[in-house]
Write a protein of this length. Structure first.
Length: 95
């Protein structure tokens, strides 16, 4: 890899991380923020597709169930699909 290419790659990384950093403090729409984070991560990792999950806190501390993951964002450059949010329990069976 040439020095010029390395410089261009580093500049791209810095630009994308700066954009995400600014959005973290200014974007009020949670979905837009998640989509931006995911799209920039895919660009930087040179990936075709990816998804984001968040851990959902238990709503009943008196009678806790298994922790859950919520599938909150997905992007795929090769396959068109309709995204649907979903949750799944974090258990030995689901892992």
């Amino acid at each position: 890899m040439t020095r010029e290419r390395e410089f261009d790659d580093q500049a791209l990384i810095l630009d994308q991380l700066t954009e995400v950093s600014l959005a973290l403090s200014t974007e009020r729409d949670f979905r837009k923020l998640l989509d931006l984070i995911l799209s920039r991560a895919l660009l930087l990792a040179r990936c075709d597709a990816g998804s984001l999950y968040i851990r959902v806190p238990d709503e009943d501390p008196e009678n806790p169930g298994p922790p859950r993951l919520r599938f909150v964002a997905a992007q795929n450059a090769s396959v068109a699909f309709r995204f649907r949010e979903a949750e799944l329990p974090i258990t030995e069976r689901s892992l």
